[in-house]
Ligand binder design. Sequence first.
Ligand code: PLP
Length: 255
Amino acid sequence: MALRREAHVLLVSGSDSSGGAGIARDIETISSLGVRTCLAVTALTVQTHETVMAVHPSQPDLVADQMRAALQANNVTAIKIGMLATAEIMAGVAAVLRENPQVPAVLDPVLVSTSGRALLETDAIAAMKRDLMPFCRLVTPNLFELALLVGAEPAANESDAVRQGRKLLAAGAQALLIKGGHAAGPRSTDILLHFDQEPIRFDTPRLSVSMRGTGCMLASAIAAHLANARSLEDSVREGKLFAFKRLQKNAAGRN
Ligand code: PLP
């Protein structure tokens, strides 16, 4: 019984059979930060580390029902949203967020896998901006996702990225963390952007290692800190540090 009262992150996420991304990565991250998880599975995928072979979206009602049951069962103090697969699933998730405005949600706008497979229907992008983002405390696009979301070419430098980010905020997002992991240069800089505030920069040395599921990991770590009632800025700082240390471990072959 006492377990139910502990802080939980509700994961709204797809499975990845390889374990490199999606639910397995989310649970691994949040558990290692000492926070409990509960689940709403949005899709089953068949994947290796190189290819996505199949995507089977859940029934839309089933996703919203899983979320409501998880919220009823536990003390959910943050929600982390990853792969959504279809516009119908997204509409159901947005409805549950509207019913629970006190619970902060972090949205990792998963659009396409690294191997090039669409993980969200293209016609759902407009709905994501209009119906889902305004109900999320934070949205965490990388430079490619940001470009797709605003209908532009990927930003060539930081001021371009901030300009694109401001466009997305004007469309209704509350706050963005623009991830610079795919940019060039010796530092990896992420930018936290609020509508009426100066950008806040978080940077670490750039590691010459790539790892699947780093987007899932960062958004999950931020959600775990939000679940423990940390501020958004602190949660982002701690989340970024967690992801950096995990990548460092991977670079040293200790993963
Ligand atoms: N599969 C699932 C279920 C995901 O949630 C994601 C990303 O969030 C991916 C695949 C893609 O991960 P990657 O691009 O790191 O392969």
